[in-house]
Design a protein around this ligand. Structure first.
Ligand SMILES: NC(=O)c1ccc[n+]([C@@H]2O[C@H](COP(=O)([O-])OP(=O)(O)OC[C@H]3O[C@@H](n4cnc5c(N)ncnc54)[C@H](OP(=O)(O)O)[C@@H]3O)[C@@H](O)[C@H]2O)c1
Length: 338
């Protein structure tokens, strides 16, 4: 943070990425913050989240997330501490989480737009991960959408990422046999040795992924938790059993493409195999966040659930963290501490 109470830095989109994001697509800009007005607070962020969905507004296409213009400050989740308050609801020193005030060192916002948290219950970084979007997504996807049964074989794509590593463990906990893909031998070994998946596949070296999935599950896949989409989803459709189920969580393989909304080329196989594909997003499941976070916290405390973060330091490291996330440099959740 630069000297001076109300001066801070933020990350802006310098230009829309062309394909994979590059460092030069971002700019770090120093700004003056206004004094908080009535009902507002000044918050210094301590941890900010780095998420694949941030790539989508950068395409300029309108989706669930509003399209971003060049020169705009990036949005994203963050956890911070109230440094000055003009609201009785959030005193100085209170910890808050925000869904859209990340990618800046500090900000001024209405107190009512922020959620107070108790970091004494855990590392503040957990609130942009396991006890935030990641936990809700993975838990809802496994427990409410896919609902794997004991003895079923389930494929989790993007298994070594934040959502994927939790989805793998929750599916195992329900008694499923879990196959997971990831992009390096090191991450595959970690998935097998630490996360406990039954078969970990490095999709970059596997050759035909459909063949690798058939070899790992000769009887076919009962279910899939899909974080990757694209050719990975197509391979899974080929390897599914009749009446198989796919929970569609994300499609990161396509996010750098202008055609990221494209569906699988073998869609007719979905009809032939009577597959059930269910897209979901975390939003509606926040109504069950209390139940979800209680369950995940209990599992974390007993050691039943493992959580891993890849942490970068300082706002100046944030653009590279995003570039690296999209290229697969992270184990588990990518975040930046400020
Ligand atoms: N539906 C929802 O509400 C919701 C909420 C949160 C996240 N999501 C989605 O869930 C997915 C995972 O998100 P996350 O936050 O947990 O991120 P993450 O998995 O921690 O990080 C992204 C990972 O994607 C993998 N990847 C990148 N490009 C790839 C490609 N072309 N093919 C295959 N894998 C690729 C990389 O790992 P490798 O080394 O394995 O390549 C990278 O580490 C994303 O698709 C995200 O959009 C959905």
């Amino acid at each position: 943070m630069a000297p001076g109470r109300l001066r801070c830095r933020e990350v802006r989109l310098a230009r829309r990425p062309n394909g994979a994001p590059a460092l030069s697509d971002f700019a770090i800009v120093e700004i003056d913050l206004p004094e908080p007005g009535e009902g507002e607070v000044l918050v210094r962020n301590r941890v900010m989240s780095v998420d694949p969905y941030m790539r989508l507004p950068m395409t300029g296409q309108q989706g669930v997330h509003a399209a971003m213009g060049e020169g705009e400050t990036l949005h994203g989740a963050a956890v911070g501490v109230v440094e000055a308050s003009r609201s009785p609801d959030l005193p100085e020193g209170a910890w808050v989480s925000s869904a859209a005030h990340g990618w800046r060192e500090a900000y001024v916002a209405p107190a009512r737009a922020l959620a107070r948290i108790d970091p004494l219950a855990g590392d503040p970084g957990l609130y942009v991960g396991l006890l935030g979007l990641i936990g809700v997504t993975a838990y809802a996807g496994v427990e409410y959408v896919l609902q794997p049964k004991a003895g079923e074989t389930v494929f989790v794509s993007g298994g070594a990422g934040a959502v994927g590593m939790i989805a793998c463990q929750l599916a195992k906990r329900r008694g499923a046999r879990v196959i997971a893909t990831t992009g390096s031998d090191e991450k595959a070994a970690w998935l097998a040795d630490e996360i406990g998946v039954d078969t970990a596949i490095n999709y970059r070296t596997a050759g035909s992924l459909a063949d690798a999935l058939r070899a790992a599950a000769p009887g076919g896949l009962d279910g899939m938790f899909d974080n990757v989409g694209g050719s990975t989803l197509e391979a899974a459709i080929e390897a599914m059993k009749m009446n198989g189920r796919i929970a569609l969580c994300g499609a990161i393989e396509l996010y750098n493409s202008p055609n990221y909304r494209a569906g699988p080329a073998n869609f007719f196989t979905v009809i032939e195999k009577c597959l059930e594909l269910k897209g979901f997003n975390a939003g509606p499941y926040y109504s069950r966040a209390g139940e979800i976070f209680a369950a995940l916290t209990a599992m974390l405390r007993t050691g039943e659930l493992k959580w891993r973060e890849t942490v970068r330091e300082g706002i100046e490291a944030a653009p590279q963290a995003f570039v690296d996330l999209m290229a697969g440099a992270n184990f588990g959740k990518m975040l930046v501490r400020l």
